[in-house]
Design a protein around this ligand. Structure first.
Ligand code: FNR
Length: 343
């Protein structure tokens, strides 16, 4: 039995996320249809999956997004994720490093760098932290980039969560002075145009829309409450498809990451067509690792890579940049959403 409350909470997150995992997600991407090309004039091996990821280029357009760490159980999970990240040359984000800062100890996060000394690793912290803490977190794991998560909905549902949300001054200071790129993300609630306007004014360049449809922290934290009365807050979230559509007018302002309920190669390709440069995956990778260990996760990553190429072939695209030109059709519901949100 792990002693600290924090460690217990991290273990519960993994347990409840896995309990709530559903193979079919509600990310809204099934309301988008891509139009294929019957004469691709391409061969599979011509297709290049390289794409932009923050200040670098990555070989495939997806990565392991923030999940966990900070307890014995979750350190083992992180080490396995780190090994798969290394073996497949994909970036990996840690879960929030705030516990390490609070306890002034690495609490296991340092071992993932030992497993994966050369890969692209992102640290993760909540938006309440200042520049001093951001730099400590970066140094703790020699992070190549830092994710800052915006999670007002999650905090409100946590009985012990924050009740004050004055984040902007710190965030701006971190973005302007961090030695590594800052990726600002939601946690499965979806970034809105109102949020993006504020991030743009704060000089943020990298945003993970982290939409709803997969892991929901409102639902996870609600499940941990004695009275499970706050699920209605989920109605304020935007799905991954909605947040991507809402972010289209901002494509010149940010390099966009899409995430939230990604379950398949087709989900990934749709996000890229809608304007994301890369795609983050959490729940699906966690579920696969828990069910079938590193071998299963490596197989999934290989399958996704091949399936993305197959889809791109049928779309007549040999690069991620060309995906932006693919025609698509929105469901009446999403079309209505697009008309109203992009006023
Ligand atoms: C998360 N997520 C998360 N995000 C973050 O910024 N800091 C964190 O510490 C965590 N912790 C965490 C734990 C677990 C067990 C899961 C599954 C997820 C949220 C994650 O990065 C992502 O935004 C959401 O999970 C939505 O993506 P998926 O899971 O639907 O692919």
């Amino acid at each position: 039995m792990e002693k600290s409350l924090h460690a217990q909470r991290k273990n519960e997150h993994v347990f409840i996320a896995e309990k709530q995992y559903q193979a079919k997600s509600q990310n809204g991407l099934d309301q988008i249809r891509l139009i294929s090309q019957n004469l691709p004039e391409l061969s599979l091996n011509e297709i290049n999956l390289e794409t932009k990821f923050l200040n670098t280029t990555i070989p495939v357009p997806f990565f392991i997004n923030a999940m966990t760490g900070g307890s014995q159980h979750t350190t083992v999970i992180n080490e396995k994720l780190a090994l798969c990240a290394l073996q497949n040359d994909i970036p990996m984000a840690t879960g929030s490093l705030s516990v390490a800062l609070k306890e002034n100890s690495p609490v296991g996060f340092d071992t993932l760098r030992k497993v994966n000394p050369t890969g692209f690793v992102l640290g993760n912290l909540g938006a309440g932290h200042d520049l001093h803490n951001a730099i400590k977190a970066i140094n703790l794991i020699q992070a190549d980039a830092l994710e800052i998560h915006l999670n007002a909905s999650q905090e409100l549902v946590m009985p012990e969560g924050d009740r004050e949300f004055h984040w902007l001054a710190n965030l701006q200071n971190i973005v302007e002075n961090s030695p590594v790129p800052i990726l600002v993300k939601e946690v499965g609630f979806g970034m809105t145009p109102r949020g993006l306007d504020v991030l743009k004014a704060a000089n943020v360049k990298y945003v993970d829309l982290a939409g709803a449809g997969g892991t929901s922290f409102v639902s996870i934290e609600n499940e941990r409450r004695e009275r499970k009365e706050l699920a209605f807050l989920n109605e304020l979230q935007l799905s991954t498809a909605e947040s991507l559509i809402a972010a289209q007018p901002y494509q010149a302002d940010f390099s966009l990451t899409a995430s939230g309920g990604i379950r398949s190669a087709l989900d990934i390709v749709k996000c890229l067509v809608l304007g994301a440069d890369n795609v983050g995956i959490s729940g699906l990778f966690l579920h696969t690792l828990l069910e079938s260990d590193e071998a299963g996760l490596n197989q999934l990553i290989a399958d996704l890579t091949m399936q993305i190429k197959q889809i791109m072939l049928l779309l007549g695209c040999k690069s991620i940049a060309e995906l932006r030109e693919v025609p698509y059709i929105l469901s009446p519901e999403l079309l209505n959403f697009q008309k109203q949100i992009q006023k």
